[in-house]
Write a protein that binds this ligand. Structure first.
Ligand code: NAD
Ligand code: UDP
Length: 315
C-alpha cells in the first residue's frame, strides 16, 4: 500500500537515505529540514521525483500535514554540532518531539522516534540491553543530546499511555556511510578524510575506547521493520551492529583500506566520552523478523571511503 510519509531531518545523513529508500519502495515522501547539519545536496537527486516534497522548516515550531507515518530524525547527531548550541539541541529534541507527537495524535499517524545509544551514557552494563537505565551525567557537555533524547523518549511513552498515540522508539548505535557530513567531527568521517588527505589520524585518548559501527543500510532495514512491526510493540529497541571495535583498530583499518601514509596522533579525550558501547540486539531479532546487520565493517568502510574520495576530488 502506498503511504504518505513525513521524515523530519530528511536532508541529513540518515534521513536522506531513508527518503530515497521509501521513495524506491513506492511511497510518497515529505522531507522536512532546517539545514542545520543536513544539506540540499544530500537529496538533490530526489527533487525531480513528483512523489518527493522538500520543506524548509524547524521542528521546534508546529507543522501540520496529513500523513500516515512520521519518522522523527531531526536533531544534530555529532558532538561538535550538538554542543555548538546546546540549548537549541534540547529544544529540537524536546519541542520537536512534542510537535511531532501532537501532529501524530491529531491525524492518528504512527510516529517513530530516532533515539540513541547515548541514552545509556557511559554504560556500567555491557553489552547494553533495552532494560538498562543508563549512566548519564545530567549536567555534562553531552547532556543536551543525551538528556534531550531521554526526555523525548519519556514524551513518546507519555503520549502513548495518555493519548494512545501509536509510537515506535528505536535506539540507534553509531552509524556510518556515504553522506556523513565531512566536517561533523564523527570518528569514521574524520579518520577517512584524514587518511585520504594524508593528514594525521586524530585518536582521542589512548584509542582503547570502543564503539559498535553499523552501516547505514542495516539501520534503514531495522528502522523500516520497526515502523511496520506489530500493533502494540512500542520498543524501545536497539538497532546497531554488535561487533565492537576500538578506535585504534578503526584507525588501522582505515589506513589499510585507503593505503594511506597517515600517522596516528593522540589528542586529549573529551569529557564524559563513553569507554565502551555494544548493543544487545536480541529484542530486535525477536520482534523485527530476525533483523540483524549484514554489512561487515570493512565492506561498509570501502563504500564510505569511495564516497569521501569522490567528494574530495570534486572540491
Ligand atoms: P545529521 O546531523 O546528518 O541529520 C540531522 C538532520 O536534522 C539534519 O539534516 C539537520 O539539518 C536536521 N535538523 C537539525 N535540527 C533541526 C531542527 N530544529 N528542525 C529541523 N531539522 C533539523 O545526523 P544523522 O546522523 O543523520 O542523525 C539522524 C537522527 O538519528 C538524529 O536524530 C540522531 O540523533 C539519530 N542518531 C544518529 C546516530 C548516528 O550514528 N548517525 C546514532 C544515534 C542516533
Ligand atoms: N574520536 C576520535 N577521533 C576523532 C573523533 C572521535 O578518537 O577524530 C573518538 C571519540 O572520542 C569517541 C569515538 O571516537 O570515543 C566515537 O566518537 P563519535 O563522535 O564518532 O561518536 P560518539 O562518541 O557520539 O559515539
Amino acid at each position: 500500500m502506498k503511504k504518505r510519509i513525513l521524515i523530519t531531518g530528511g536532508a541529513g545523513f540518515i534521513g536522506s537515505h531513508l527518503c530515497e529508500r521509501l521513495l524506491n519502495d513506492g511511497h510518497e515522501v515529505i522531507c522536512l529540514d532546517n539545514y542545520f547539519t543536513g544539506s540540499k545536496s544530500n537529496i538533490i537527486h530526489l527533487l525531480d521525483n513528483p512523489y518527493f516534497e522538500l520543506i524548509r522548516h524547524d521542528v521546534t515550531h508546529p507543522y501540520f500535514v496529513e500523513v500516515d507515518e512520521i519518522y522523527n530524525l531531526a536533531c544534530p547527531a555529532s558532538p561538535v554540532h550538538y554542543q555548538y548550541n546546546s540549548i537549541k539541541t534540547i529544544k529540537t529534541s524536546v519541542m520537536g518531539a512534542i510537535n511531532m507527537l501532537g501532529l501524530a495524535k491529531r491525524i492518528k499517524a504512527r510516529v517513530l522516534q530516532a533515539s540513541t545509544s547515548e541514552v545509556y551514557g557511559d554504560p556500567l552494563i555491557h553489552p547494553q540491553p533495552e532494560s538498562y537505565w543508563g549512566n548519564v551525567n545530567p549536567i555534562g557537555i553531552r547532556s543536551c543530546y543525551d538528556e534531550g533524547k531521554r526526555c523525548a523518549e519519556s514524551l513518546f511513552f507519555s503520549y502513548h499511555a495518555q493519548n494512545n498515540v501509536d509510537i515506535k522508539v528505536i535506539r540507534i548505535f553509531n552509524t556510518y556511510g556515504p553522506r556523513m557530513n565531512p566536517n561533523d567531527g564523527r570518528v569514521v568521517s574524520n579518520f577517512i578524510v584524514q587518511a585520504l588527505k594524508g593528514e594525521d589520524i586524530t585518536i582521542f585518548g589512548d584509542g582503547n575506547q570502543t564503539r559498535s559501527f553499523q552501516y547505514v543500510d542495516d539501520l534503514l532495514e531495522g528502522m523500516i521493520r520497526m515502523m511496520n512491526s506489530r500493533d502494540g510493540f512500542t520498543g524501545p529497541v536497539n538497532i546497531g551492529n554488535p561487533h565492537e571495535f576500538s578506535m585504534l583498530e578503526l584507525a588501522q583499518s582505515v589506513i589499510e583500506l585507503t593505503h594511506s601514509k597517515s600517522k596516528i596522533t593522540h589528542l586529549p579525550l573529551p569529557q564524559d566520552d563513553p569507554t565502551q558501547r555494544q548493543p544487545n540486539i536480541s529484542l530486535a531479532k525477536k520482534e523485527l523478523n530476525n533483523w540483524e546487520p549484514t554489512v561487515q565493517l570493512k565492506e561498509g568502510l570501502v563504500k564510505t571511503i569511495k564516497y569521501f574520495d569522490n567528494l574530495l576530488k570534486s572540491e
